[in-house]
Design a protein around this ligand. Structure first.
Ligand SMILES: Cc1ncc(COP(=O)(O)O)c(C=O)c1O
Length: 615
């Protein structure tokens, strides 16, 4: 138990452990920057700047950046702790009673409010050229943001995020002095830098196998991360999952993988890549109890946990009403944040967690902005990597987000923030925004799942004696059977529903290989009247074995992207397509569906991966 090592008193927290033995050769070789020692010279009043190679900010072609930006309360939240619903009350109905859909009016008032809600209230955001603010922590303007800057991030935004991370997101991180943050160009960038910091490149031609590093991941994984690691020669080692996520124990669980490691494939892995909330693609959401078990195995085998958590704010308590997460050891100051399952950081008494956050799902993917949270010594090494790669995220984005959240620093500052009064959203507004987003995605999820729930089974007529219900007593061979065609679990978080099909119940189950049926079903959905593109499970199989053995049974549905009012009819089309496919009795129909793909050597899995840009 981790509680052996610390109490809730920060004075009892241990120092983070030294992870330098895990650093890659190139990361170890990077020299620490001595720039801090020079700050005092920069600060000498009246000193002429002849040293730096900075372009002149007066020649930047942008005088200001302006935008219309939402108020933080645009979307309606859902409850943090829903109570048990009556058994016949589906979750959507309950959410509808409490809130309205996507902030739009329902029922009678719909038309009356149409105009208003087409254009929801917004503020005029303005980043000035010069904020007339000397304090770099509050100076948000183009003369500073578009200039060369610091690798840890644009100072005002860096400090805002650092404070928010340490005080509100993860108020309890049980190692001495807590974590450091560094801004990134999104989680993809954060992961790439972390992998660079913590693994050497390995090649079968040049390096002995006992030096091959490994990466543990979920049995179904977010493939962009795997594709970052694989070309570096990392051995991808999947760990069995259940509805929550990775298993700590039992066959295929983390302990089993590590204990029975096959050294002919390389070193025992020292890195784990995991998505613990609303996992992409399975939507698994890992409890604190399971995290504690997994963390203990990571301590035993000296594994660094890379926690990629873009969906952390999208936790859906209505999928497990009545289950109340334990109160955190230390409050964030916000009921919403306190109600969420905390990060691995909350039990990280050794400092072996690298957490990746992103604005991609909370503002927009095109921002290319996120941050890493980890122990200071490792953050410093990643900072060194940043200095010679991205340097820092784009100043356009950093200043817009900083102005949105923080607003002008004084009456003298011509900037305007995201709130109605021209101030920034501040921490309260940001949390309110996150609550509203959770509300919208939670309603969508329940809408889709209600439709999927009703379509799980199909009524089959058949001529087998053994089945449960005899339909027509005059003909003892005619039977009606309810066959389940797929199963799924209502997600506790994220943007996806993972649907597992049971091809053994298909009328052609004995004649056509199930992987082939699955491929034909995928094509069938793309045709009229169903017109649905779904992500085949094979897209998320990190190894060929998983791809061949099981992945074809699964598809991932994303309820986030389509217009709110279309979630229900589109889900219905998906269900109708599946049901109609289960009525196909001729093998030739399946062959015909796949004809075009076979002629053109069409790989729908690779194609879908490109189309969805690996997200
Ligand atoms: C698990 C996971 N990690 C990372 C990303 C990408 O994040 P970013 O846009 O911050 O690079 C996604 C996007 O779909 C994701 O699902």
């Amino acid at each position: 138990m981790t509680s052996t090592y610390y109490t809730s008193d920060p004075a009892s927290f241990p120092e983070p452990i030294d992870l330098s033995h895990h650093l890659s050769r190139s990361t170890r070789a990077r020299e620490a920057s001595s720039v801090k020692r020079f700050y005092k010279y920069f600060a000498i009043p009246g000193i002429a700047q002849l040293a730096g190679g900075l372009p002149n900010d007066k020649y930047f072609p942008f005088d200001t950046l302006e935008a219309k930006a939402s108020h933080p309360n645009r979307w309606k939240p859902t409850p943090n702790r829903p109570v048990d619903p009556p058994a016949d009350d589906p979750p959507t109905a309950r959410l509808d009673k409490l809130t309205v859909s996507d902030g739009k009016a329902k029922g009678k008032n719909k038309d009356k409010n149409k105009g208003k809600h087409d254009e929801p209230p917004a503020s005029r955001l303005l980043v000035p050229h010069d904020s007339h603010t000397p304090d770099p922590l509050h100076k948000i303007d183009l003369m500073s943001a578009l200039q060369y800057g610091q690798a840890q991030g644009y100072p005002p935004l860096y400090y805002f995020i650092r404070q928010f991370t340490r005080e509100n997101l993860h108020p309890f991180v049980p190692y001495k002095n807590g974590p450091e943050v560094i801004l990134t160009c999104g989680s993809t960038d954060g992961f790439s830098k972390t992998i660079q910091a913590l693994s050497n490149e390995w090649s079968a031609e040049h390096d002995p196998v006992n030096e091959r590093p490994g990466l543990l991941c979920e049995e179904y994984a977010y493939m962009n991360a795997i594709q970052t690691a694989r070309p570096r020669g990392l051995n991808i080692a999947p760990v069995k999952i259940d509805d929550e996520g990775m298993l700590a124990k039992g066959p295929g669980g983390l302990e089993d993988v590590m204990e029975n490691w096959d050294f002919s494939k390389g070193r025992r892995p020292h890195l784990m890549y995991t998505v613990t909330i609303g996992q992409n693609p399975t939507s698994g959401t890992l409890s604190v109890a399971r995290r504690t078990e997994i963390y203990a195995v990571c301590v035993k085998y000296d594994i660094v946990i890379i926690e990629d958590d873009p969906y952390w704010y999208l936790q859906f308590p209505s999928s497990s009403p009545g289950v109340v997460n334990a109160r955190p050891n230390k409050s964030s100051g916000f009921d919403f944040l306190d109600s969420l399952i905390p990060s691995y950081l909350s039990i990280d008494y050794q400092g072996r967690v690298v957490r990746l956050d992103t604005f991609s799902k909370t503002v927009a993917p095109g921002c290319r902005l996120g941050w890493i949270t980890t122990q200071p010594a490792l953050a410093e090494r990643i900072l060194r990597i940043t200095e010679t790669s991205t340097q820092q995220p784009s100043g356009f984005v950093q200043s817009m987000i900083a102005e949105l959240l923080m607003g002008p620093s004084s009456a003298n500052d011509p900037g305007r923030g995201g709130a109605a009064d021209g101030n920034g959203w501040k921490v309260d507004g940001w949390v309110r925004w996150l609550e509203g987003l959770r509300g919208n995605y939670e309603r969508r999820m329940q809408t889709m799942c209600d439709v999927l729930d009703r379509g799980r089974s199909i009524v089959k007529t058949g001529r087998r004696r053994s089945l449960s219900f005899v339909a027509d007593s005059d003909d003892e061979w005619a039977v009606v059977e309810k066959a389940q065609i797929y199963s799924f679990v209502r997600p506790l978080g994220g943007m996806f529903v993972w649907v597992r099909f049971d091809f053994t119940t298909h009328p052609l189950a004995d004649e056509v290989p199930h992987a082939r049926l699955s491929q034909a079903l995928w094509v069938f959905w793309t045709q009229k009247p169903y017109l649905c593109l779904v992500a085949p499970g094979s897209m998320f199989a990190p190894t060929p074995e998983i791809r061949e053995k099981d992945a074809y049974n699964c598809v991932r549905l994303c309820f986030a992207a389509c217009p709110a009012e279309d979630v229900k009819p589109i889900s219905k089309r998906f269900v109708d397509g599946a049901q109609a496919f289960w009525r196909i009795r001729k093998k030739s129909t399946v062959d015909k569906l796949l004809e075009e793909e076979e002629v053109e050597d069409f790989d729908h899995v690779a194609g879908m991966a490109v189309l969805t840009s690996m997200c």
